[in-house]
Design a protein around this ligand. Structure first.
Ligand code: KG4
Ligand code: ZN
Length: 346
């Protein structure tokens, strides 16, 4: 039986050790009574020279990081394994080798220490990052979830009852940022660097076509191709074009991506009548997108929710938050639950 909304925040008060290892960040967090007591993230520098995440290297780095990251997370929380009620892990989606490291570690710990086990969906956790701190969104809540691999418009009815009402038909918004950065010779991950360079640039200087996709779906493959063709043409005329115009190129590309995202978010909020809106996922760390969501809400008289930076990009605190809600519903995983590279909600 589902708990009433108010009960989510005041019934059982579990202590959860959460582990996130879906891509290239090894993260562990401890939540007590739904409050984050620690949240550690170990980034993997090894991928920088390859211009993207190398799956096999990511799995190996997770193996090296996971024990110290979990130990420090417990230490910073001032708790020991004996205090933990449940161990949570990211089950899906992600790089399969990376997911296996976190899942195997969590399962081993749960079995050895006789703890509950909770399997979490990474994209659902990005949305639930909104419930880590105040102000928490009221339901229903419309969340634009934008990460390296996903772009989704999610209608959230309750913490664990959400539906995807729109998504990308091809590339994710984060991928558009990262691929553009690569074309500009910027290192991986390029999103934050485009954001940084864009701040000194003119967003109206260059224009790129907006994709025309019906409904609430998105498409970002077209903009990638048009940027490639644009850079190709310009650098044939002037070899130093990118160096001399980096800020304006970044500002113009960022502006275009944000317009495509905002257009759909606004349309969906009007069509559904849901005026509590928010953004989540790595791309929600983008300063232009944060500003755009705030302005839209102000213009329309809506309520905007934006998690702080540490809870936008991959982190175990959001896995812990999702696990907290699952714990309250007594939704536990079995030791034979397996990670999946892709899946709808788990
Ligand atoms: O959610 P996340 O940390 O990992 C995935 O689940 O994919 O998202 C990573 C994505 C990358 O594409 C990265 O370039 C992008 O988030 N990103 C940004 C910014 N910070 C991270 N994109 C634009 N502006 C940023 N400030
Ligand atoms: Zn993510």
């Amino acid at each position: 039986m589902r708990l009433l909304q108010a009960d989510y925040f005041c019934s059982l008060m579990p202590t959860i050790l959460a582990i996130e290892s879906s891509c290239d960040d090894t993260s562990a967090a401890v939540l007590k009574d739904g409050v984050v007591r620690s949240n550690l993230v170990a980034n993997q520098e090894v991928h920088k020279k390859y211009g993207g995440v190398v799956p096999e290297l990511a799995s190996r780095a997770h193996l090296q990081h996971i024990v110290p990251v979990v130990a420090v997370a417990l230490q910073e929380a001032g708790l020991s394994l004996a205090d933990v009620d449940a161990v949570a892990f990211t089950q899906s989606p992600g790089l399969i080798g990376s997911l296996h490291v976190g899942a195997s570690f969590a399962k081993g710990l749960a079995q050895a220490m006789n703890k509950k086990l909770i399997a979490v969906h990474h994209m659902q956790a990005h949305v639930l990052a909104h419930f880590i701190e105040d102000p928490k969104p009221a339901f229903p809540f419309l969340c634009l979830t934008v990460s390296g691999g996903h772009t989704q418009l999610v209608l959230v009815h309750e913490p664990l009852r959400m539906e995807i009402i729109g998504q990308t038909l091809d590339d994710a918004a984060g991928e558009a940022f990262d691929k553009t950065a690569k074309m500009l010779g910027l290192p991986y991950p390029g999103g934050p660097l485009i954001d940084k360079n864009a701040q000194a640039g003119n967003p109206e200087r260059f224009s790129f076509p907006l994709s025309q996709v019906p409904g609430f779906d998105f498409s970002f493959s077209g903009i990638k191709t048009s940027i490639l063709q644009f850079l190709d043409k310009q650098t044939r005329l002037d070899k130093e074009f990118v160096v001399h115009n980096l800020a304006d190129i970044c500002a113009s590309v960022q502006h275009t991506i944000i317009r495509m995202l905002m257009q759909k978010l606004e349309q969906a909020a009007i069509a559904t009548g849901v005026h509590h809106i928010g953004i989540a996922g790595g791309v929600s760390a983008n300063s232009g997108l944060r500003q755009a969501v705030t302005s839209l809400a102000k213009r329309q008289g809506w309520q905007a929710y934006i998690p702080r930076f540490a809870y936008c990009t991959d982190n175990a605190a959001m896995i812990g938050m999702a696990a907290h809600f699952k714990y309250l519903e007594q939704d536990f995983a079995s030791l034979d639950s397996i990670p999946m590279a892709r899946s709808e909600w788990v």
